[in-house]
Design a protein around this ligand. Structure first.
Ligand code: TYC
Length: 103
């Protein structure tokens, strides 16, 4: 392939990557045997802005299935939410775990 053609292809690729939607990340809460249901509902309402009904639904899903999605965000916001959950869980003395993964 001519060098010129290869260069053009590379530019096209770079342009396409720049115009793609930024990746979104799922923030997951993990079940455990010690964190109270009330605290998980509080986290879902106060960190992830769920209504009481939605927070209760998500908490019960995590309790029954082991994990569940608290919210979907840009990388930066997801990182901030994970850090917030870890901080409030630590302060409250709960072992609640929170992670993120690409959508
Ligand atoms: N399994 C916990 C209990 O029975 C409740 C719980 C739900 C804990 C969701 C963590 O992410 C969680 N008290």
């Amino acid at each position: 392939m001519a060098d010129r053609t290869r260069k053009k292809e590379q530019e096209d690729t770079l342009t396409r990557e720049r115009t793609e939607e930024p990746k979104k990340y799922k923030v997951l809460l993990l079940n455990d045997d010690y964190t109270s249901m009330e605290f998980v509902v509080w986290v879902l309402m106060n960190v992830f802005r769920h209504s009481q009904a939605s927070a209760t639904r998500v908490m019960l899903h995590i309790h029954n299935h082991g994990t569940g999605v608290a919210g979907i965000y840009s990388r930066e916001v997801a990182e901030t939410r994970v850090a917030q959950v870890k901080q409030v869980a630590k302060e409250a003395g709960h072992p609640l775990e929170c992670t993120m993964e690409p959508e």
